[in-house]
Design a protein around this ligand. Structure first.
Ligand code: GLV
Ligand code: MN
Ligand code: MN
Length: 422
């Protein structure tokens, strides 16, 4: 890469990142929604999410940072800059987790952002632009499908009421859970969505094995592959398991299995670039001696090439319509994000800052979806990855070392300070 000059002040702020404070906070947050084997189950807008939000707010208030919240519950912690009327530089990630998630996915990026604000305070550095740390609402989409709701609303891709009716598996609506959360975590001021932002950088564990296998500490993320989600609803008819002949049945689960078998063939990719996942299957009435009347399954489809995603997405409905009868089938696309290319100047500032701080770095694409993908449609954006053990994520065993968490945060501190200081 070309020569990169970090400057004295960004370096000073990076030096004030406190590894112990950061680690202690990551561990403290992992208590909200803790499950066995060091895992975390913190669904969006759940009581555990509310408790984590309250703790984050209390840490921010301790430093007298301003708390704002927008209509979808995105939480913003602001450290003021010299001028209050200039656009903020932004960082952050999400606090919700997978049902059997780990201690680092998402929450690391929020706490790394807070640690940068703390380091700026400790180093007594005044920036020109304010710096905002955001905790996006419902990035995972495992309780309320789809994910990325907070950043979609912030960037104007969707409106809150588009999601109001969506229910979790207990029948509770997103609208209701959001109202409960907004009531429980009052902010200093409301913040309008679609607010201009100078630049956005998100720190995250890699969630794959590339950095670890390459013995690199920092990933400067160049892109995110495209992703789509679908919900497939099959309707049949419930009947007695002991008396109903097979040829008279409209068995929704058997229809789902026929759809899945044919979809497996369509989604075959000898190059192993396509990511096709059916992670959710719900059967009703879910009784051993009743023929299933309803089956619902999810499809998560990802590829770096939008044209391939478009073609394969188009095949889902026709494959299902062919084999589902005598059951009915409805396929609904619930999420669509085209591939993201991050801003070259942010990618090089991540790589350059890492090298200037003596950390090994490499460029790499992201297989996982992130709110940074939405933000890239709104302002120059990028991401900082750090290694996670054996590339394991969306799993209780997810692990990142304290030293790597701090290393990524130092790079974040250097990049944000440089962006906010000019
Ligand atoms: C987010 O965790 C994703 O699904 O990539
Ligand atoms: Mn994440
Ligand atoms: Mn995740």
């Amino acid at each position: 890469m070309t020569e990169y000059t970090l400057g004295k002040i960004p370096r000073l702020v990076a030096e004030h990142v406190d590894e112990n404070r950061l680690w202690a906070r990551v561990m403290e947050m992992s208590k909200y929604g803790a499950i066995p084997n060091d895992g975390v189950n913190r669904p969006a807008l759940s009581q555990a999410d509310i408790a984590a939000r309250k703790t984050l707010i209390s840490w921010a208030r301790h430093r007298k940072f301003t708390i704002r919240q927008d209509e979808i519950g995105n939480l913003f912690i602001r450290r003021d800059g010299r001028h209050s009327n200039v656009v903020p530089v932004m960082t952050g990630s999400h606090m919700d987790s997978q049902p059997c998630g780990g201690r680092f996915d998402g929450i690391y990026g929020v706490l790394a952002g807070l640690e940068v604000l703390e380091a700026l305070e400790d180093a007594k550095i005044e920036t020109i632009n304010p710096i905002d740390v955001v905790a996006w609402t419902n990035e995972e989409g495992s309780r309320f499908d789809p994910g990325g709701m907070g950043s979609m609303v912030f960037t104007g891709v969707a409106k809150v009421h588009d999601f109001a009716h969506i229910q979790d598996c207990d029948g509770k609506s997103f609208k209701h859970a959001l109202e409960e959360t907004l009531r429980a975590t009052p902010a200093d001021t409301e913040r309008p969505s679609k607010h201009p932002v100078k630049a956005y950088i998100e720190a995250h564990i890699e969630q794959g094995p590339v950095l670890e296998n390459s013995a690199k500490t920092i990933g400067a993320v160049t892109s995110i592959q495209g992703s789509r989600r679908f919900q497939v609803n099959i309707s049949g008819e419930s009947a007695h398991a002991g008396t109903t002949p097979l040829k008279l049945r409209r068995d929704a689960l058997q229809a789902a299995l026929r759809c899945l078998a044919d979809l497996n063939t369509v989604m075959e990719d000898p190059d192993d670039i396509l990511r096709y996942t059916v992670g959710k299957l719900i059967v009703s009435p879910n009784s051993p001696n009743a023929v299933p009347s309803r089956a619902e399954f999810s499809i998560d489809l990802r590829h770096p090439d939008e044209a391939i995603l478009e073609r394969l997405s188009g095949e889902i409905s026709s494959v299902c319509a062919k084999v589902a009868p005598p059951c009915g089938v409805v396929v609904t696309q619930t999420f669509h994000k085209t591939p993201t290319s991050f801003a070259p100047e942010i990618v090089s500032s991540v790589e350059g800052s890492a090298c200037a701080l003596g950390l090994s770095a490499m460029l790499l694409p992201s297989g996982a979806f992130h709110d940074a993908g939405m933000m890239a449609t709104h302002c120059p954006s990028g991401m900082i990855f750090i290694p996670c053990a054996d590339g394991i994520s969306h799993n209780e065993a997810e692990y990142a070392s304290s030293a790597d968490l701090a290393a990524g945060t130092k790079v974040l501190a250097a990049c944000l300070t440089k962006l906010a200081a000019k």
